[in-house]
Design a protein around this ligand. Structure first.
Ligand code: PA5
Length: 446
């Protein structure tokens, strides 16, 4: 069976192979610390063997709920932010037709609760005003402002449009098993609910109902997604020798690059559908490693689009970056460049070639140019863009992130820094309980 593959060949002009291979013992220690649950953040390791713990019964239940929403809704609004949003969005975008919302196929999936844009929410309200819609409300804490605010608006609108009893049937809540406002509300209103396990943090939760339910509602193959993740759980396990373990080698390489002054990692793709995979990856690594004044800064680009903007910086800007390219070997569709009798655009040299062949040469040309320009290049090759390999990619990145965070000696499973803006926002909004902070912040603003 072919799996996603990692190559660090194009890094070896910048860091030596022996240095990277020299990480073997450290990486093993980190991987064992994850397995034994003896490291920092060890109460959040539920993701580590999550794929292999997913049962057929659980997936059937998720698919049944998805089928109900698909049959009864023209639109399903998925409300959530951060880890309660990005995984589902990433998988749905990467596996759906690029123009799916323009086709008659129902339901359309839209996302909310990931911003506080009044225009966004008002325009969503307008769009939904003549639609039969449902809501998947996702919040582990149940108190996240962005999500709670959107849900309050959506719930009010749905109840007005359908009546309370019908509305309740079309709302699914995904939250903590016992605590929080959303759990309390769900019990009171009788919503169908799913549990986000206590030991799975938001950014590691895509393979829980947080990701799986919206993905199933989008009509995508959750079985294959989970199978791919299960396969990577094995491939990236302790039994795999270091040099053959992609998570181990990726974690080692990026840490060695970081120690050599490469402070920024740019995740690049050559398939527009992968844009949100990079957004998900940025949260995974950014929240896991960016703490204690340490950590690689995670950036992303969509090529070839961004070669016409950030390409200049990557080629010739400050040499503090390295690039990780996700390369999809085979396009799913076939489209050839037509011949043109007049050839005014001069493109007849490409006639008869597949568009993907052109893209591949752009990809190879870019990688070579960037290496020549002083940018180390890590390559992740995906045989094709399907649910199985997206499942592999997800688990690969998660496992590498756990190891990488421990190599950096931080707790990869908390996010204390996220609270700072919330504290200020609540103080500025005079939230009850924040009286002292309100006073202090107002004095500061005088
Ligand atoms: O990774 C995380 O833990 C965060 O990004 C959360 O997922 C995000 O803040 C949303 O939190 P909640 O699910 O509690 O609404």
């Amino acid at each position: 069976m072919e799996d996603i593959k990692l190559s660090i060949k194009s890094c070896l002009d910048f860091v030596s192979e022996s240095k990277v291979m020299g990480y073997e013992a450290q990486v093993r220690k980190c991987a064992e610390t994850l397995e034994n649950g003896t490291g920092k953040g060890n109460d959040f390791l539920g993701w580590l063997h999550l794929p292999s713990s997913i049962t057929k019964e659980f997936l059937s239940d998720v698919k049944e709920t998805a089928a109900f929403l698909r049959a009864n809704c023209d639109v399903v609004v998925v409300a959530g932010i951060g880890g309660s949003y990005l995984g589902a969005k990433a998988v749905i975008d990467s596996l759906s037709n690029s123009f799916s919302w323009l086709y008659a196929k129902k339901p359309v999936i839209v996302f909310a609760g990931n911003n506080i844009g009044e225009d966004y929410l008002a325009e969503l309200t307008e769009y939904l005003s003549d639609k039969k819609f449902g809501i998947i409300n996702i919040s582990k804490s149940g108190t996240t402002t962005e999500t709670a605010l959107a849900f309050r608006l959506l719930k009010t609108q749905l109840e007005k449009q359908m009546g309370k009893a019908e509305a309740c049937k079309r709302i699914v809540a995904i939250t903590d098993k016992a605590k929080g406002a959303l759990r309390t509300l769900s019990t009171k209103e009788g919503y169908k609910t799913y549990v986000i396990p206590d030991n799975v943090g938001g950014r590691f939760s895509v393979l829980t109902p947080v990701g799986l339910l919206p993905i199933a509602v989008a009509g995508l193959d959750v079985d294959a997604l989970v199978e791919g993740a299960q396969r990577m759980e094995k491939v990236c396990g302790l039994d795999t020798p270091f040099a053959e373990n992609p998570a181990a080698v990726y974690a080692a390489t990026r840490n060695e690059l970081y120690r050599n002054g490469k402070k920024i990692e740019i995740l690049a793709n050559f398939q527009p559908k992968l844009h949100f995979i990079a957004e998900w990856w940025k949260q995974l690594y950014g929240e896991s490693e960016g703490k204690e004044n340490k950590g690689i800064f995670n950036a992303s680009v969509d090529f070839t689009t961004d070669l016409h903007s950030m390409g200049q910086w990557i080629q010739e800007g400050e040499r503090s970056i390295f690039e990780t390219v996700i390369s999809v070997k085979k396009a799913n569709k076939k489209l050839e460049v037509p011949t043109d009798a007049e050839n005014l655009d001069g493109l007849n040299f490409l006639a008869g070639k597949r568009v993907d062949d052109v893209n591949k040469m752009a990809e190879l040309g870019t990688r070579l140019a960037h290496v020549d320009g002083g940018v180390p290049n890590i390559l992740i090759e995906m045989p094709e863009l399907n649910a199985f390999y997206i499942g592999e990619l997800i688990y690969f990145f998660e496992k590498a992130c756990g190891i990488s965070g421990y190599l950096l000696d931080v707790n990869p499973f908390n996010q204390p820094g996220v609270e700072a803006y919330k504290k200020n926002m609540f103080a500025l909004l005079n939230k009850p309980g924040y009286e002292a902070e309100s006073k202090a912040i107002q004095a500061r603003l005088k």
